[in-house]
Design a protein around this ligand. Structure first.
Ligand code: PHE
Length: 340
């Protein structure tokens, strides 16, 4: 019987050594369960003499605890290796971009463009000012040399605030007036902001959009300064390879006035649907500040001259990234926004 117990222990240990978690449970049942080999021996002790009973009993009991320990330590080893394997597989690299389970937020493309443009102009010595979205007729029109009967005042274009003399600014140009009212020349400033126009929306028009106004007033400012600053800005924004053209135009608050065209970014100037086969796209309006505007803010128009420009942020963003519908900026579709 003694030999028998030793055999059982040997055999059990051998099996336990290579068992997985499931078989180890079966081995436990096989040796220590209700009908297990060792349980059988312990149950049959009454058949033996008192002396043998004690001897075999204690042998069987210690065999039982040897097997139990062996099973426990095997289980422990198995659990550890499984855990290690799992940890290895699920190892988290906290420095990886992919670790964070939520997508990171980012600036809206319009905000990004405003920041990009502001930083280019800051590097050219301009400061950034804020205007007001709600304006009076004086700031939005009169001070900018737009008389009462001018088509830009047409009720169709302007959102008037009911029961007041106020309106939602139709451009950022009233920002020029606020800046000049609050400081003496020299002035070098840009004014980014949201503007409103009462018009139907389509792929290139929306009732609210953003502009960036630029203004410089000093002694001896000429059109050459305007051309140099705008060319430098456009090259920094779009790259040095792009062609620029100044085309005569008309704005009430600048004289002379120009519109700046750039080589079409969609077809590289070859001609396409966007540029209506001309190879050029219109980027911004600009000119030399009209003396009436300087007079409106009590600047000495004999002593000072200046230039001003205004560009549409949505438009320039569409050109930069090849976006063909302005409405995409306002739909808040994450599939669109995530690309920026
Ligand atoms: N305010 C003009 C517009 O909205 C743009 C402009 C600004 C033109 C400054 C000339 C000078 O179209």
């Amino acid at each position: 019987m003694n030999n028998n117990i030793e055999e059982i222990v040997k055999e059990a240990i051998l099996q336990i050594k290579t068992a997985d978690l499931k078989t180890v449970e079966n081995i436990k049942i096989k040796y220590l369960g209700k009908n297990g080999a060792l349980t059988q021996i312990l149950k049959s002790l009454s058949n033996f003499s008192a002396k043998d009973r004690k001897n075999i009993g204690s042998k069987a009991n210690s065999a039982k605890s040897v097997i139990e320990n062996e099973i426990e330590s095997r289980k422990e080893t198995l659990r550890k290796t499984l855990l290690e394997e799992k940890m290895q597989k699920e190892k988290l690299d906290y420095s990886s971009d992919f670790y964070f389970p939520f997508s990171k937020g980012s600036f809206h493309p319009i905000m990004q463009t405003i920041q990009d443009i502001c930083s280019i102009f800051k590097s050219l010595g301009f400061s950034v000012a804020q205007g007001y979205e709600i304006e009076t007729q004086w700031y939005n029109f009169e001070a900018l040399n737009i008389p009462k009967n001018h088509p830009a005042r047409d009720v169709q274009d302007t959102f008037y605030l009911e029961g007041t003399e106020e309106l939602l600014r139709t451009h950022t140009s009233p920002g020029q007036i606020h800046v000049m009212e609050s400081q003496k020349p020299p002035v070098r400033v840009i004014v980014p902001g949201r503007v409103y126009r009462n018009e139907a929306s389509d792929a290139t028009h929306f009732s609210t959009f953003h502009q960036i106004e630029g203004l410089a007033v000093d002694e001896d400012i000429t059109f050459v300064d305007l051309k140099a600053v705008l060319s430098d800005f456009i090259h920094k924004f779009f790259g040095y390879g792009i062609d620029i053209s100044f085309r005569p135009s008309h704005f009430q608050f600048t004289e002379p006035s120009a519109e700046v065209d750039v080589q079409c970014v969609f077809c590289n100037g070859k001609g396409c649907r966007v540029c209506k086969n001309s190879g050029w796209i219109e980027l911004l309006g600009c000119g030399i500040v009209h003396p009436n505007v300087l007079k409106a803010v009590n600047y000495d128009s004999e002593k000072y001259t200046g230039y001003a420009f205004g560009l549409g942020v949505e438009r320039i963003t569409m050109f930069k990234y090849g976006i063909d519908d302005i409405r995409l900026f306002y739909e808040n579709d994450l599939r669109f926004l995530k690309q920026f």
